[in-house]
Design a protein around this ligand. Sequence first.
Ligand code: ATP
Ligand code: MG
Length: 452
Amino acid sequence: MRVSRYFLPVLRENPAEAQIVSHRLMLRAGMIKQQSAGIYSWLPLGLRVLRRIEEIVHEEQQRAGHIPVLMPTIQSADLWRESGRYDDYGEEMLRITDRHKRDMLFGPTNEEMITDIFRAHVNSYKDLPLTLYQIQWKFRDEIRPRFGVMRGREFLMKDGYNFDLTKDDALHAYNRHLVTYLRTYERMGLQAIPMRADSGPIGGEDTHEFLVLADTGESEVFYDSELTQLTFGDREIDYDDPAACRAVLEEFTSRYARTDETHDPDEFARIPEARRRQARGIEVGQIFYFGTKYSEPMGATVVGPDGQRVPVHMGSHGIGVSRLLGAIIEASHDERGIIWPEGVTPFHVGLVNLKQGDSSTDSACDAIERELQARGMTVLYDDRDERAGAKFATMDLIGLPWRITVGPRGLAANKIELTSRRSGQTVEMAPQEAIAHLAELYEPVFARSFRG
Ligand code: ATP
Ligand code: MG
């Protein structure tokens, strides 16, 4: 993509309405525009990152055998009357009346609708286990929308639902989701710690929230510092193997980690003092096991091996897709702007031409752009007739992890500059060498993707 033809409305000034760094940087980098309180348009750069995050979420769900669907944003109130939640949900639900005076709502979550799909089409235990998921916009009329996409009213969520014959099977689904989430967040360059949480209005027995540590987080958390040493990495795991999934859950949840809702000071005090941490965190996901809470009232049953009809055991599992942009920026920025982790960057490489209009630098940039693209990398090429300083400032603000700078003086010696956004380090090398180096750098990032 050429900057001269792109739509990248960066702001020079700090927007006054933004209280936290991620919100400020998303506005300054021209990623989002507020349309109403807690409701945003996604501008091209923001949309690219949002799509990368969605892609990673899709891949990790499908790697575990979960199946994508897409449900409507608008739901009928009748479905929610069946579960009893229409009256319980309160003012966070946006209620709508259509022209025939039917009660509708903009879905804040989809347990009822997915249960309705299940009961219409699944009859036998032989069709289980089944996990369906979607990535779809939700609406919650939050009392205090704030911090940009972090707490929006309209926001993008991945919501997944498992259907199983027995509680044991459903707990395997729960553990399997925990594994997929660990992998998902790590691919985004995040450490998200699973913490025992409170089940709230969805109701249920088991639940963990995933929290990214950040001073601007809205949750107060208590944890054992040993947890920050754990990583899942690229390990191979058989998602169909209950013992393998349980072992990962035990590894990641046996140490103390709780949100303030479930915090137990006496138990916390038993951790050696040097390892006790009290901090703030951003909730980027949550997994629930809730048994037959919806399947029973809504009649989602299957015929079991003994010929008897039984309600299925369910759980639901959410990832805050749009909130993740904010969380990633909170975790990865400096005073000049965003620093995208390689896994979610909107473009793999930024290319800066120091002398636009000079035929040798122009053609060198064209060739570098083509070759990077041929190796699967996306390039944002700043081909504007602008000062170098302004081009660098834009690149630093929008946070592409790698920048190639091409100028006539270097080119005369067959050299360009390769700069790391994170370390700030610049190395001179031949164009071919830089391209090969970048291809090697991105190779493990590309290797993590999954096609089902
Ligand atoms: P919170 O406690 O932050 O209000 P929640 O527990 O009500 O969130 P869930 O129902 O667990 O939210 O939704 C799944 C995920 O969706 C959350 O973990 C969070 O990352 C994201 N999410 C929830 N509410 C919002 C919101 N208003 N704006 C952006 N993301 C949200
Ligand atoms: Mg939650």
